[in-house]
Design a protein around this ligand. Structure first.
Ligand SMILES: Cc1ncc(COP(=O)(O)O)c(C=O)c1O
Length: 348
């Protein structure tokens, strides 16, 4: 792999105490080109603009996918990734669905590790601090033919992050009309357009005073699927419930980790379809104890209320919250503060 070191690093000009998410990027980026039927020319170069033709296929047809993952620094300044192999596998699953040629594990993992180690000074220690890593691929052939591109670019960029979505109030609006994904569609892939398509319904919810949308199934709007860009869990009395994954739901790595940890600590967990009606009944009869989102960005985010059919339901905070307990176990693994039973932590 060719590596060109940035001789004008901007690291020392960054105010790490006042980062807004995803606006500042580290000094290097990984790039690889798919041309003539092969991924080739894996390289790390100084972070820079890329020049593309106005006809570039991805701009017209959205043949583009991405991943989101994080690196964490422990108190001895060692940097760790969390379950990166799962991100790699999901990356290729998304590629397959979007007819993008898959990347080899060697290119993905070794490129990723090299890039993060080069920019490891951008990862700050301390809970809540991390380096957000964004691997992505887009169709780069200069053509407006509506067919799979013959050329692609695989790029990894990194952005220093503090924990965000840390408002104490996080209310969600249950989708009654709009859908994020449909049967047979691309919801399970991290396809760029899934996110673009969610901005409009999310902005309607935000204009009504909610922070995010709870997506329901596209056929009947009866089953609860995801909360914004998080998987979602419900605690009814002492039972934790989350929807099974299907072709509309992203198979979240945090979700899988939550399910495993919940089992480990003896929480009764059910992975089964969960309806909006069950949620409303549980809220009304006070058996609903917790609702939380799970995703890389926040690990776990308690949801404080939801709106449905012009009615708002409040979720009181509980003592001995499952959300807090599970979040602390996962973050302790991520920051190398506890034993890692499952080999989820991968050192750089
Ligand atoms: C739609 C959606 N659901 C769930 C998640 C959570 O997945 P993970 O835990 O792998 O970050 C994400 C991504 O971050 C997402 O985009």
């Amino acid at each position: 792999m060719e590596i060109k070191i940035n001789d004008k690093p901007k690291y020392s000009n960054v105010d790490f105490d006042n980062l807004s998410f995803g606006e500042i990027f580290t000094d290097h980026m990984l790039v690889c080109d798919f041309i003539n039927g092969n991924w080739d020319n894996l390289r790390i170069i100084p972070y820079q603009n890329i020049s593309i033709d106005p006809s570039t296929s991805a701009l017209h047809y959205g043949q583009a996918i991405f991943e989101g993952m994080k690196a964490y620094k422990d108190d001895n300044d060692k940097v760790w990734l969390f379950r990166p192999k799962d991100n790699f596998n999901r990356f290729n699953k998304s590629c397959e669905r979007m007819k993008i040629p898959e990347i080899s594990e060697d290119y993905f993992m070794n490129g990723l590790k090299k890039l993060v180690s080069l920019d490891s000074n951008w990862v700050k220690p301390g809970q809540g601090n991390s380096l957000y890593i964004r691997p992505f691929v887009f169709a780069s052939q200069a053509t407006v033919q509506a067919s799979p591109s013959k050329e692609y670019k695989f790029i990894i960029i990194c952005s220093p992050a503090k924990s965000y979505y840390n408002e104490s109030k996080f209310n969600v609006l249950i989708a009654e009309d709009y859908s994020r994904a449909a049967n047979g569609g691309v919801g399970y892939a991290k396809a760029a357009g899934n996110y673009g398509g969610s901005f409009y319904p999310t902005s309607i919810a935000q204009n009504k005073g909610y922070q995010q949308v709870i997506w329901t199934d596209s056929s009947e709007h009866k089953y609860i699927e995801e909360a914004g860009t998080m998987n979602v869990f419900f605690r009814i009395e002492n039972k934790l419930i989350t929807a099974p994954t299907n072709d509309r739901i992203l198979d979240g790595i945090t979700r899988k980790s939550v399910i495993q940890i919940a089992k480990d600590i003896g929480i009764d967990i059910e992975v089964r379809p969960f309806t909006v009606d069950e949620l409303v009944i549980a809220a009304k009869n006070k058996t609903l104890k917790e609702v939380f989102g799970a995703g890389t960005a926040v690990v776990i985010l308690p949801i404080t209320g939801f709106g449905y059919k012009n009615h708002d339901y409040n979720i009181e905070s509980v003592k001995d919250s499952y959300a807090e307990k599970i979040k602390s176990i996962i973050t302790n693994i991520q920051y190398n503060n506890s034993e890692d039973l499952y080999g989820w932590r991968v050192g750089i």
